[in-house]
Design a protein around this ligand. Sequence first.
Ligand SMILES: Cc1ncc(C[n+]2csc(CCOP(=O)(O)OP(=O)(O)O)c2C)c(N)n1
Ligand SMILES: [Mg+2]
Length: 503
Amino acid sequence: MLKEFPGDFTYVLGLQELVVVGMADGFAQASGRVTHVNLHTAPGVGNAIGGISNAQANKAPLLITAGQQVRPQITIEANLTNRDAVFAPRPYVKWSHEPPRAADVPGALARAIHHASLPPKGPAFVSIPMDDWGAESDEDISRNALARAVSGRALPDPAALETLAQLLHEARNPVLIAGPDIDASGGWEAAVALAEKQRVAVWATPAPGGGRLGFPEDHANFQGILPPAIGPASETLKGHDLVVVLGSSVFPYYPYIPGELLPQGATLVQVTSDPAEAARAPMGRAIVGDVGLALERLLELLGPSQRPAPQARPLPGEPAVAQPLSGSAAMAALADVWPQDGIAVVETPSSTVALRNRLRLSRPGSYYFSASGGLGFGIAAAVGVQLAQRERPVVCVLGEGSAQYGITALWTAAAYRVPVTFLVLRNEEYMILKWFAELEQATGAPGLDLPGLDVASVAEAYGVPAQEVYAREELAEALRKALAVQDHPRLVQVPVASGMWLE
Ligand SMILES: Cc1ncc(C[n+]2csc(CCOP(=O)(O)OP(=O)(O)O)c2C)c(N)n1
Ligand SMILES: [Mg+2]
């Protein structure tokens, strides 16, 4: 594959397959373009599976190829034969294929690219025997494959949208739930316009599924993040007679806290580009189609509403000054220095909600989080996002435990001079798992402490200049300095107190 490598491809080396997929995932989401990832044969695909499952949840359009033994040695299973190449990635990709002939490889790659870029976007996999790269392709097939254009933005059923517009018009107290596909479909401005025109309160879809933001979090209509559990989510929605879910599954729940799926008397309508999301929702109606196009149509169908405008939620107060800092104080320091066009890549479980409440990100394409919660996304995706968005400062906020899964991507950041600012919150534990253990009444669960884990020292070894700071002012200053560096990554580590930080 690397022989006579074409000059119009950018090759980026990652040191382990999980982070290679994470980097491509970040790049694909932040650029909107299909991104090619190449993996080693069976062991490499195995290492990558966590990242491929993240990419599927993130709807990241990836062409994933993997090496394979030469065709004459597959049947005798020479070393590094991928025995059943299409099998391992299958649950996590839209298409998994090993071409029957060498001449079919170009057509298979083209098909995989189209699968990846059609909604719902996601990874597609092609296993390529090594000797195929030197074989002749079929000129006619290749020429035609290159000339194709495939578009997948589908307008939802016009009648269903008219019904939804009517429901919105008649609703006494409707609410919008904003999901990641709003950002991915370019529907950001239309979502804001609809919320304002119709005077509707907006909640973000629960944190794990909210891999991207669907609505500006500093907007007066924005109310916060829906809790990720059945009972609390429907409690939060009490009083609303219409729940309109835009570009999200219904809902990305996490802990099982039973309750009613919807408050009494409420109707739910979901708009999603993903037929599987529509099919598996446990309640409500669903309309399948492009969310951005649906929003534009709803704006045409609906006039301004005379409903009372929603009340803005209060800003969180100043956090207490103590050392170690609380997660909230660390996020307040980050907010102090946050650049207007900053992008947050987030993998900091116990401080994610505090981050969202304090940064109040207000622009599209400003937030990336692994939608399935698989760790190993953060560092890697931040590198990919920064490579795709060279003009915008990228800040990657990490728990020290999470950082371990993607740590080798620090080398790629240093080697390619990718100027991400990494912020590591060091609480010497897997805090969120302690919270979960308590919820599950698993008292005395072992293996939840991380004493002595020093990410700053590890970062230095990968070539990323790093420092540890302690006080809020010192943290803000270190972040300000790191953000000013434009030709190299920097890492700042701060000890934080134990706790789940929600404000
Ligand atoms: C691949 C993978 N393995 C394990 C987990 C389970 N898990 C969720 S959060 C977490 C620990 C996070 O620790 P840290 O980053 O220090 O965050 P804190 O909760 O302390 O803020 C683990 C192990 C996961 N989500 N993904
Ligand atoms: Mg931790």
